[in-house]
Design a protein around this ligand. Structure first.
Ligand code: FPP
Length: 253
């Protein structure tokens, strides 16, 4: 129902039709190593999990999905692994661009582009152009992304402004990461693979995000896991700083 997921804070109200879910897709390497496979096989299996989750998301009330595919710190990995990941991303983006007519998903990539191989940048531009008018799901893939760097760059850009609203800052964060719109607040952040940290992902946008950590390795994550996370999320009391309803009724005036 429209308005069901209206995000309200003391400072501004962002009307939304659906939820923004962000996912740290962790555990590909361990999943592969546990099976005696190269880490790249884990990333390949991770792409299948991406397909499952993207396919199931709209029916679960999600209208924005942000996936962390490659962090600015992932450059420290072995060049073979980085190359394999970029190859998977390039294939995925070109395939989605070619099949754009078959789905209603707008795909955009957030992060830096100046350090990426030119073939990957071409694939990104192709899929963004081919899906630009799609409205069913906003799929944002973070590649060479660092939240701290995005915030620093947005802050530098706004240095000369005397008064900056949160909406303006979100717009700048969107612009510095090549996003098509302002960077939207996250409702639910999921991290697979058993670790419980944010790893420089969407730090500005997660100010009021609910957090969900699961032991499930990303290649095994499925729509039912997403459903479980959302069930838990919907049972939570999101107060955005307000007192609980029970406390409000107990206050004597
Ligand atoms: C973290 O697991 C995962 C990554 C660094 C890459 C995620 C990439 C994909 C799922 C594939 C491409 C994505 C798209 C959108 C097509 P890890 O390798 O650090 O796992 P580990 O902690 O077990 O080593």
């Amino acid at each position: 129902m429209p308005g069901d997921f209206m995000v309200e804070s003391t400072l501004y109200i962002v009307p939304r039709q659906g939820l923004h879910v962000a996912i740290l897709m962790d555990g590909n390497g361990r999943w592969a190593e546990a099976r005696g496979l190269p880490r790249s096989a884990g990333h390949r299996a991770g792409v299948e999990a991406v397909r499952r989750v993207v396919g199931g998301a709209p029916a679960l009330g999600i209208d924005t999905l942000t996936l962390f595919a490659f962090s600015a710190n992932n450059w420290q990995r072995h060049p073979d692994e980085v190359g394999a990941l970029f190859g998977l991303l390039e294939t995925y983006f070109f395939a989605q661009a070619l099949r754009a007519a078959e789905h209603d998903v707008r795909i955009s990539v957030i992060g830096r582009r100046d350090r990426l191989p030119s073939a990957l940048v071409e694939a990104i531009e192709a899929v963004e152009t081919a899906t630009a008018k799609h409205v069913g799901l906003d799929l944002r893939i973070a590649v060479d992304y660092s939240a701290r760097e995005a915030m620093l760059r947005a802050a530098c850009w706004m240095m000369s402004s005397t008064e900056v609203t949160q909406e303006e800052f979100s717009r700048r964060v969107g612009q510095v990461t090549h996003a098509p719109d302002a960077s939207p607040d996250v409702d639910l952040l999921i991290r697979t693979g058993g670790e419980q940290r944010l790893s420089d992902f969407l730090l500005w946008e997660c100010a009021y995000a609910e957090l969900h950590f699961t032991e499930r390795m990303w290649p095994e994550f499925g729509v039912e896991d997403l459903e479980n996370a959302l069930r838990e999320f919907r049972a939570r009391d999101r107060r955005f700083g307000r007192a609980p309803v029970s406390a409000a009724s107990a206050v004597s005036h």
